[in-house]
Design a protein around this ligand. Structure first.
Ligand code: ADP
Ligand code: MG
Length: 170
């Protein structure tokens, strides 16, 4: 399966929203995205921007306590998971949440590592981290894609064209 990756610098939350818009345009039913990164790195902020880009106008609650929040969007359903408080690697399976991974909805998962290897590999993995040296709101994102749906996301990010790995030289 073809794999590819890309490293991005997002100077502020507007850039995070632009990344989300680029990815939103490439999503297909069944695309799965894993979001890795420390608390406060911006996983939920990214997901909220993704939902807005997909036309969701209401509130977007963090699924920290519910494990999953479902959204009925015009193009597909989106399931936003947060496994930070998963009691065991299998707990999401025992709760029957694997029915959301049936290939019909888009799936976004924060803290996928909490589920160990009970989760299938995603189409797109975004590793997000703060970069204080680049400014308080700056985030570095390493994007790793697998398979056609992941590569479609990476191509959309590249086509958006404003996510250089380094700030432009002055
Ligand atoms: N470039 C950025 N991208 C995403 N969030 C940012 C950025 N700059 C500042 N923030 C802020 O950082 C916080 C990220 O919190 P959150 O998205 O809940 O993190 P996580 O879900 O990773 O724990 C939010 O308050 C958001 O407004
Ligand atoms: Mg979060």
């Amino acid at each position: 399966m073809p794999a590819d990756s890309l490293s991005l610098l997002l100077p502020d939350e507007t850039a995070t929203a632009a990344l989300a818009r680029a990815i939103a345009g490439a999503l297909q039913p069944g695309t799965t995205i894993h979001l890795s990164g420390d608390l406060g790195s911006g996983k939920t902020a990214f997901t909220r921007a993704l939902l807005r880009a997909l036309g969701h106008t209401g509130r977007a609650k963090s699924p920290t306590f519910t494990l999953v929040e479902p959204y009925n969007l015009s193009k597909f359903n989106l399931y936003h998971f947060d496994f930070y408080r998963l009691s065991s690697e299998r707990a999401w399976l025992d709760a029957g949440f694997d029915e959301y991974l049936d290939g019909r909805g888009v799936v976004v998962i924060e803290w996928p590592e909490m589920a160990g290897n009970t989760l299938p590999e995603p189409d797109l993995l975004l590793r997000i981290r703060c970069d204080p040296a680049a400014g308080g709101d700056a985030r570095r994102v390493d994007a790793h894609a697998r398979g056609p749906q992941g590569l479609a996301c990476l191509n959309a990010i590249r086509a958006a064209g404003c996510f250089g790995p380094e700030p432009a030289p002055r």
